[in-house]
Design a protein around this ligand. Structure first.
Ligand code: ADP
Ligand code: MG
Length: 244
């Protein structure tokens, strides 16, 4: 069974003259333990799709089914809890809160779920900071960190609740090429070693060629589906460039 399914997702912003049709019937299936890239030009509907998949926004019509649960049909409170347990988000702008420390940022999902005491929260925070190689900045503020460190902190925050699905919206968009490659290495390992299901949005074919499957979105519709299969990364890259 697919871990994530969307049925005919439609999303319209605004009304009348100013109405924008951001998604025009998107039906996709994502298998467990896979690393998928959604590619498309700016304005094609990538972020809209990701936000709806992750329960951050509601579709105008259509359904999102995660682990067999139709999240378009559950109440707001239940959705928040479901999302926190099952989905980790990584954003292009990192979305760290500036006036709390890196460690406090990482701990946000733990604090919200109210299951652990202060000591356990600290232990888990340090554990994830260590895993991402940013232990030395746990007690610093985001503006005292490099871009790469901030994105690692954002990843630690996305992982700290151990979600099975990670959605990442242009996670390399604000990173230089060295940090981009390191980030991709981290994501690839999370997928191959820990079986995380990852859906990553990018407009960069090179970045996409790290994934095993590519979905192309154009004007709010899925217009292409490529599987890497036994292609080398270079061959896959050229295939993606060809398709886009
Ligand atoms: P992408 O992430 O591929 O660049 P988006 O999903 O952000 O594309 O946007 C798809 C379309 O929806 C664009 O035309 C964009 O201007 C529009 N859009 C996105 N968010 C909003 C919003 N909150 N209000 C109105 N229009 C929006
Ligand atoms: Mg976007």
């Amino acid at each position: 069974m697919s871990i994530l399914v969307t049925n005919n997702l439609v999303k319209h912003y605004g009304k009348g003259e100013t109405k924008v049709k951001a998604l025009n019937g998107v039906s996709i299936e994502i298998e467990r333990d896979t690393f998928t890239a959604i590619v498309g030009t700016s304005g094609s509907g990538k972020s809209t799709l990701l936000n709806i998949i992750g329960g951050l926004d509601n579709p105008t019509s259509g359904d999102v089914i995660i682990k067999g649960k139709n999240i378009s049909k559950i109440g707001k409170k239940d959705l928040t809890v479901f999302r926190r347990r099952n989905i980790g988000f990584i954003f292009q702008e990192f979305n760290l809160i500036d006036n709390i420390t890196v460690g406090e940022n990482i701990a946000i999902p733990l604090t919200l779920s109210q299951k652990l005491g202060t000591k356990e929260i600290r232990e888990k925070t340090v554990e994830y900071a260590k895993r991402l190689g940013i232990e030395e900045v746990v007690d610093k503020y985001p503006n005292e960190c490099s871009g790469g460190q901030r994105q690692r902190a954002a990843i630690a925050r996305a992982l700290v609740n151990n979600p099975s699905i990670i959605v990442a919206d242009e996670p390399t968009g604000n990173l230089d090429s060295k940090n981009s490659h390191e980030l991709l290495k981290i994501l690839k390992e999370l997928n191959s070693k820990e079986g995380k299901t990852i859906v990553m949005v990018t407009h960069d074919s090179m970045i996409a060629s790290y994934c095993e499957r590519i979905l192309l979105i154009k004007d709010g519709k899925i217009e292409g589906n490529l599987e890497r299969e036994d292609l080398s990364q270079k061959e896959f890259f050229y295939k993606i460039v060809d398709m886009t």
